[in-house]
Every structure is written in C-alpha cells, then in structure tokens.
Design a protein around this ligand. Structure first.
Ligand SMILES: [Zn+2]
Length: 319
C-alpha cells in the first residue's frame, strides 16, 4: 500500500503509514479521533468515530477495525466502515473475507451484544431503555457477534508496520492502547488527558486499575501520542508526561475533596449529594448520580484501606 489515500482537509498525516482522521470539535464527545494505519499487507482502523460515520466509512477499504474499548463513541463508525469496505474491496488484497472487528477479551461481549453493553453502564430501568434507543439511533451501534478478542501484547502485523495491544484497564475492564511501530505512535484511547480527569464511573470501571494503567502508560517512550478526545496529537514523551501527570492529579483532588467532606461524618447519600466528580450544579441528569456514587465508593474504599477514613454505623469520617 504505497499510493496516497484520499483524505479530508481535517485529516493529519502522522507518518506515511499513519493518518489521524480528526473528529469534529477536536474530538469532543460524542465525537472522537480515529487513526488509520495502512501497511504493505493490510489496513487497520482504530476506533471509528461519528465523523467516520458521517463521511460514509474509512477513506479506503479496511481489513481490521480495532476497538480500544466498548463505549458507544468508539464504535459509531463501524457499520459505515464495513459497508464501504464491502463495496470497494480490500485495498491491500491481504484479507479477502471482509472487515473483521477486534476488541479486548474483557470488553468483547459488549461489542458483540448491545444488551451486554447496556448492562455495563449499570443505569436504572428507564435510563437503560432510553439509552438503548440512543445507541442505535445516534451512535449507529448494531452489536457485532462476529467480533474477535485480543489480549495484552497481541500484534496485528500489517507487513511493513505493526500494531501492538497494550491493556490499560480502569476506564473499562478491557480498555487498551495501541502502539504503532515503526514510527512510534501510541493511541491511548480514553486516557484522554482532559481537564475533567480520569473517568471510572461505570459498573465496568475500576479506580485502582486506572491508577495502575496511568503508571504503566507513563513508562512508554513514543514520538507521538493520540487521544480519542480533546487533545488529539501530543508530540513527544516530555509533553505527554506533563499532561498525563496533570490528568492523574485530578484523582488526588477528588481524594482531597472527599477528605474535606469527611471532616464531619456523612452517609453515602450525603457524600453523593455533595459530589467529588462533578462540579456543584453540573451533575448530569439521570445517570450522573450513579457515577458519583460508584466513584465515591471506590475513593472511600481506598481511603479506608490506607487508614485515612473509617466507617461507623453507616457514616464515614476521617480518622
Ligand atoms: Zn470511553
């Protein structure tokens, strides 16, 4: 695959093999930034976004779609990519059995089945029904039972370039980054370096795993880092670490806020009403409160484990 790809003005060539298909508004949710890797023996598209859906699929036929994790915004373009690939045929000729879909083993059931995905959000009954309709109507999800699993360290060999899976759980259990070599490009998914900070508010999330994943990704030494949202492309490890440390520090600020709240004993309900994740007055209606509750529970568990908080007759306080 050496011929230039037909690109949109918003696309950014990260190298002669790797292209960023930038989402609207710098990939602000619900959009996001997709990465195309075109090797000598295959084409991979990572996290097809709503923008990819709007442009009718990838800029060329795609052999494999890699999904960093099973969230709606990272899968919105899958159907369009498959449709376009089926009509244009394989660019590389390496694969003849159509576009395949791949996600980490721990998230795979949520890619295969929308009902499983809905369960992972752990919403109330009414919210689940409404959200299920939104996933189909606005995010173009379908449930892809043919999707295949991958694990940490798996390599997708595209001839003169390869994509290696790096499991970074926490945001979801299967959340993974992709390391594209040669060239030194890391796609870090929803380790998105946003000022909001790490998101671990779903049933399928875990604070401790997110903390460990930040430590692991901090060891990476790549030329370019790509986030799905907001930041887009970050040049070099020094700048990546600066932004990663700022992102991680939000977790400490949430701890500090919680410890301040715990100076007088409070119930879980009182803590959730006060909030540590969303700014006062900014709690998303419907599901926001359950995100606060789950996140606070995980922070409380850590503070208790570290001897900084105690529980007594249903109330939590500092020690
Ligand atoms: Zn996500």
């Amino acid at each position: 695959m050496t011929s230039p790809l037909p690109l949109e003005p918003t696309d950014v060539a990260l190298s002669d093999r790797v292209t960023l298909l930038a989402g609207e508004a710098r990939g602000k949710y619900p959009d996001g930034n997709t990465v195309l890797v075109a090797g000598s023996e295959g084409v991979v598209l990572i996290d097809p976004s709503l923008t990819v859906h709007r442009r009718g699929g990838g800029p060329c036929a795609v052999d494999r779609i890699l999904v960093s994790h099973a969230h709606e915004d990272h899968m919105s373009g899958i159907s369009a990519v498959i449709r376009r690939s089926n009509t244009t045929g394989s660019v590389s000729g390496a694969l003849s059995d159509g576009t395949t879909i791949h996600a980490h083993d721990d998230d795979l059931h949520c890619v295969r089945d929308i009902d499983e995905l809905l369960t992972s959000y752990d919403m109330g009954e009414r919210e689940t029904e409404e959200w299920g309709a939104t996933l189909v109507a606005d995010f173009h999800l379908d449930g892809w039972p043919q999707a295949e699993g991958f694990a940490d360290g798996d390599v997708f060999d595209l001839g003169d370039i390869g994509v290696t899976v790096m499991h970074l759980p926490g945001h979801t259990r299967g959340h993974s980054a992709f390391l594209i070599e040669p060239g030194g490009v890391a796609f870090v998914g929803d380790v998105d370096l946003s000022s909001f900070g790490p998101y671990y508010g779903d049933h399928w999330s875990e604070l401790d795993d997110f903390v460990a994943s930040i430590a692991r990704v901090r060891e990476l030494d790549m030329h370019q880092y790509v986030t799905f949202h907001h930041k887009g492309v970050i040049q070099g490890r020094v700048e990546f670490i600066r932004q990663l440390d700022a992102f991680a520090s939000v977790i400490d600020r949430r701890d500090e806020r919680l410890l301040t709240l715990l100076e007088t004993p409070k119930t879980r309900d009182e803590l959730a009403a006060a909030g540590i994740i969303y700014r006062p007055g900014a709690l998303p209606p419907g599901w926001g409160i359950s995100v606060e509750r789950r996140s606070i529970d995980m922070h409380l568990a850590r503070l208790i484990r570290n001897g900084l908080a105690i529980e007594h007759e249903g109330r939590f306080s500092t020690t």
